[in-house]
Design a binder for this molecule. Structure first.
Ligand code: RIB
Ligand code: CA
Length: 306
């Protein structure tokens, strides 16, 4: 069976790192490209982290640098969650730069998409700046994009603002461009991200699950997306889980719009389950997750890595 070609747009980031590992070591996915965007930490730091984890995973995947700031709004990071480096807790070797493309992320995504024999799935697990720029700069790529499966948004409350999730709230204008683009779109937001927990009894098993398990265990000591005691939120793995184990989810097809002008609500995703906005459906939203099955899948996936 042909592996599904995907491009992961990322801001590593501790939860990004384990999500990327699961994708890279899966039987079903062919990760054609990693593109980086300012998010958890600066563009330079997330790019450095992407290269460091690829070296650690011993995976030869090209990396292309993208946007160093949102389209319009000032950049604010999440170093309080991931540490100043964005990858606190594990001592990676210095990366080799041979995987870093000279092309920027948008040009690299365009090339990979148009060259692909099979339609490509975009998997943004970061602010959507690169994806918005791609769709606006090269709309012709839509012909060969199968689906966008993103981690972001929330049908309920936020983790950056009262009602806004970090990836969408960092660049709301970019998010609106993506949600309005007309391509098949899956939203794995906080409604499942908050429940996709690695519990203490799971974390305790990680050091026995190979090199990636040991890496995750060390990173999770510093990760502030939850805690080792109360459970660690595997936000970005939710997007990969949709691709590899969609039966984990309860989904709803609905309209999602992004608030841009609210003085206190900019960046919140309006998941319009009752159709108040009178707009067509544009997304499948993950509304719930089988938590036990997720934990089992997560540990099995980590065990499959090196
Ligand atoms: O809200 C969670 C998202 O913000 C995740 O992608 C995490 O890595 C951060 O980027
Ligand atoms: Ca991320």
């Amino acid at each position: 069976m042909n592996k599904r070609p995907i491009i992961i747009d990322t801001d590593p980031g501790i939860d990004d790192a384990v999500a990327i590992a699961i994708a890279l070591f899966s039987e079903e996915l062919d990760v054609k490209l990693l593109t980086t965007v300012a998010g958890n930490v600066s563009l330079d730091k997330v790019t450095y982290n992407a290269l460091r984890i690829l070296k650690f995973f011993r995976k030869e995947v090209p990396v292309a640098k993208g946007a160093d700031a949102p389209l319009i709004r000032p950049f604010t990071d999440a170093s309080n969650v991931h540490g100043q480096s964005g990858m606190e807790g594990f001592d990676f070797e210095e990366p080799d730069d041979h995987l870093l493309l000279k092309e920027n992320a948008v040009d690299a995504m365009r090339r990979v998409i148009l060259e692909s024999e099979e339609p490509v799935t975009l998997v943004p697990i970061a602010p959507l700046t690169n994806i918005a720029l791609l769709l606006k700069t090269y709309p012709e790529v839509k012909e060969n994009i199968r689906e966008i499966v993103l981690m972001g948004g929330s049908a309920s409350r936020g983790n950056k603002g009262v009602m806004s999730e970090f990836n969408v709230a960092t660049d709301p204008e970019a998010a609106k461009i993506v949600f309005d683009c007309g391509l098949p779109l899956v939203m794995a937001g906080l409604d499942v991200g908050w429940k996709a927990l690695v519990l203490p009894e799971d974390s305790a098993k990680l050091p026995q699950l190979g090199e990636v398990g040991r890496m995750a265990y060390c990173l999770f000591q510093k990760y502030r997306g939850g805690s080792m005691k109360t459970g660690l939120k595997m936000y970005d793995s939710c997007a990969i889980a949709y691709l590899l184990k969609p039966e984990l989810y309860e989904m709803v097809e609905t309209c999602v719009d992004v608030e841009l002008s609210g003085s206190m609500t900019a960046g919140c995703t309006l998941v319009d389950l009752k159709g108040y906005l009178g707009k067509p459906n544009n997304a499948k939203v993950c509304m719930d997750i089988d938590q036990e099955l997720f934990r089992k899948w997560f540990l099995e996936s980590i065990a499959r890595c090196i």
